[in-house]
Structures are given as C-alpha cells and as structure tokens.
Design a binder for this molecule. Structure first.
Ligand code: FAD
Length: 282
C-alpha cells in the first residue's frame, strides 16, 4: 500500500524550511488538480504532501507601475475575475476562459500549472507570449527564471527539489493586440492539439514587435523566435503571413499520437498563426 504523510505549513518561511528538510521526499500540493489524479493513477507514492494552499504570501494579483505580479496560488478563476488581467493581459484572460471547467478553475493555480510543465499547459503559453518571469525561492533566497527557461522536458522543470514557485510577473501589455487559440477535438474540456498565443505591438498597419508562444507542438511549450523576427517591422498582408505560416512549421517538433498526426499538427500550426494574428488585428 502507498503511504503519504501530510504537512500544512502556516507561513512561506515554514514551507521553505520543510521543503529544505525533506528534499526530494516532499511533494508540493497547491490546488491538487494534478496531484490527486497522479495519486489515483499511482504515479505518486510514498512522499510527504506539503500543502501550500493557505500561504497568504503566495496569494493575490498585484499591479505595481508597469508590472503585474501573480502570486503562485492565484487560481484560474481569479484570473478571469481580475480587471487588470482582462485589460492588461488579455491573452492570459482568453486562455483562462477556455481552461477546463468552472470547478477545476476554482482549484487550479497558476503556479501548479507552471510547475506541472505540460507541453500543452494553458497558463504557460499566454504567459510565455507575455515574456513572463518566474520567481522561485528556497531557504537560501530567491531567483528569477525567464518562463521559457523553466521547462526541461514534458512534465519536467528546472526547479530544485526544495524550490517553491512564489510568483510570476510580466509587463502590463497595454497598447498591444493579442489572441489565444486552443485548438482541441471538442469545444469544452479539450486537451489542446495545438495552442498559440500572440502578443503584438503595432504602429498603424505595421507590426513593430510580436511574441509567439506555442503549446503541444514540442516536448515543452516554445517561442517561435525566427517567425517573430520575420514579422517584426513588417506591414501585415497575405504574402508575409504566408511566409510566416511556412517558417513557423520549422520551429516545432510535433508528435503523432492518438489525437492527431504530426502532419496535421504542422498544418494546424501555420493555419492558427494566421488566424491568431488576423483575429488580434481585427
Ligand atoms: C478535469 C481537469 C481538467 C483540466 N483541464 C486543464 C486545462 O484545460 N488546461 C490546463 O493547462 N490544465 C488542465 N488541467 C490540469 C491542472 O488543472 C492544471 O495543471 C493546474 O493549473 C494545476 O494547478 P494545481 O494548483 O491544481 O496544481 P497541483 O496539482 O497542486 O500541483 C501540480 C504540480 O505542480 C507542483 N506545484 C504546485 N504548486 C507549486 C509551486 N508553487 N511551486 C512549485 N511546485 C508547485 C506540484 O508538486 C505538482 O507537481 C486539468 C485537470 C483536471 C483534473
């Protein structure tokens, strides 16, 4: 039989010292929408669950000058309810809208989504397009990791066993145009076949700068940097969009699985890039 111990620290400092003492035996539990299914599927056993869900220091959405900071315990429902997210991080709000179902959104945290490191994580892709930075802490202090450097493989991240994600922050995306598309096999509760987030700074018809992030197309979510370079400074029209939708296929490594073939996913990548840019501009 699997055995679990359970600890519920009352402060962030207490949580960090528990994680330090337990090292690899600790399993952080936030909203548990990944942890509980993993226990049920016997992927997780014989560990100490460190329940961080009541740590006040990890809660809340703060707007400071030009920066928005999400505590790692901010839930997907809280993102949807936030006026700051709706107006200054619309791409994240759009992703929250198509995330799971209301019950799961009430439990699922943004920190849990990042740490879970799914190649299709619906919180990760828009935050990557926003250029987010992740703050992680352990007993020795704090470090900041660009979100695109957090992932090392499917379900794998660059955190040390005693590190806790405490926050994720990004510059307010005011005066930008953005769009998030989650393409699944059904309308609700879908797992993405492909997802894409674009955040663009425009000047009239000209695209000054664009950040493109893609989900479910490689072992980790990825930025399409060559395509971003191709599009920067261009007048957006059918010809340049066609070039970009071909180039972006060279920046991903989709697999064939039960839900779709590699070829179909590649085709979708080009189609969804065009659709995301056109929708954002409209
Ligand atoms: C029915 C259902 C539908 C779902 N639909 C979607 C969906 O549409 N899109 C999507 O992206 N995901 C979906 N998920 C997956 C899940 O809900 C998300 O990944 C969620 O954001 C995880 O957050 P959590 O707080 O529940 O994490 P938990 O389950 O508590 O933890 C997840 C992982 O992160 C680690 N962790 C948690 N918090 C921290 C932290 N602060 N620092 C370091 N490590 C931490 C845990 O140890 C664990 O490994 C779904 C899950 C279910 C059950």
């Amino acid at each position: 039989m699997n055995s679990f111990a359970y600890i519920k620290p009352r402060t962030k400092e207490e949580a960090l010292s528990v994680l330090h003492e337990l090292g690899a035996r600790a399993k952080i539990a936030a909203g548990c929408t990944n942890v509980l299914p993993d226990i049920k599927a016997k992927k997780l056993a014989d560990c100490v669950l460190v329940d961080i869900s009541s740590l006040a220091e990890l809660k809340g959405i703060k707007v400071t000058g030009e920066t928005i900071t999400l505590g790692s315990l901010v839930t997907i429902s809280e993102l949807l309810e936030s006026e700051a997210v709706a107006s200054d991080a619309a791409v994240l709000w759009q992703a929250a809208k198509v995330f799971a179902d209301p019950l799961t959104r009430n439990r699922a945290t943004i920190g849990g989504n990042l740490a879970n490191a799914s190649p299709a994580g619906d919180g990760i892709v828009p935050l990557m397009a926003l250029g987010a930075i992740v703050t992680v802490e352990n007993v020795n202090g704090k470090r900041e990791i660009p979100l695109e450097d957090l992932f090392t493989g499917p379900g794998q991240n660059a955190l040390k066993p005693d590190e806790l994600i405490t926050a994720v922050s990004f510059a307010r995306a005011t005066n930008t145009k953005s769009n998030f598309i989650k393409f699944g096999l059904r309308k609700s509760m879908a797992i993405s076949l492909v997802s894409i987030a674009v955040v663009m700074e425009t000047n009239g018809d000209k695209l000054d700068r664009i950040r493109i992030a893609l989900g479910a197309l490689a072992p980790t979510p990825v930025r399409a940097k060559k395509t971003e370079e191709l599009l920067a400074g261009k007048q957006i029209g059918p010809e340049v969009l066609e070039q970009a939708s071909e180039l972006i296929k060279t920046e991903v490594e989709p697999i064939t699985d039960v839900r779709a073939s590699r070829e179909y996913r590649l085709h979708l990548t080009g189609v969804l890039l065009k659709r995301a840019i056109e929708t954002a501009l409209a």
